[in-house]
Design a protein. Structure first.
Length: 96
C-alpha cells in the first residue's frame, strides 16, 4: 500500500499525476463539513478530475455502511479532505 500525506493537495497533486491518471478516487469531504472555509475541497476535486481520475464523492456522516464499504472496496485511491478531524473520526466510528 502506498500512502501520500499532504496539507494542500491542489498545490502538490500534480507531482503524482501518474499515480492518479485513470484511477478511481473515493473523495471524502466529511471533515470539511464543520468548517467555515472549504475552498480547498473544490480545488482538490477539480485537480483530481484534471489529472484523469474517476471521482466518487461520499459523505461518511450520511451514507449507509454498505455504500461506504462498496465505494472503498472499489477505489484505487481514498482521499480525505482537510477539516475537523475529530468530527471525521466521530462519523467513522458511528458508521462502522
Amino acid at each position: 500500500m502506498k500512502l501520500f500525506l499532504c496539507s494542500h493537495f491542489s498545490s502538490v497533486g500534480s507531482l503524482i499525476k501518474e499515480e492518479i491518471d485513470n484511477k478511481k478516487v473515493a473523495f471524502i469531504p466529511t471533515a470539511s463539513l464543520r468548517e467555515g472555509y472549504t475552498g480547498y475541497v473544490g480545488s482538490a476535486r477539480k485537480l483530481f478530475n484534471k489529472l484523469g481520475a474517476a471521482v466518487t464523492e461520499i459523505d461518511i456522516s450520511t451514507e449507509a455502511y454498505s455504500t461506504i464499504q462498496s465505494v472503498f472496496e472499489d477505489a484505487d485511491v481514498i482521499y480525505f479532505t482537510g477539516g475537523n478531524s475529530f468530527f471525521l473520526m466521530d462519523q467513522l466510528r458511528k458508521t462502522g
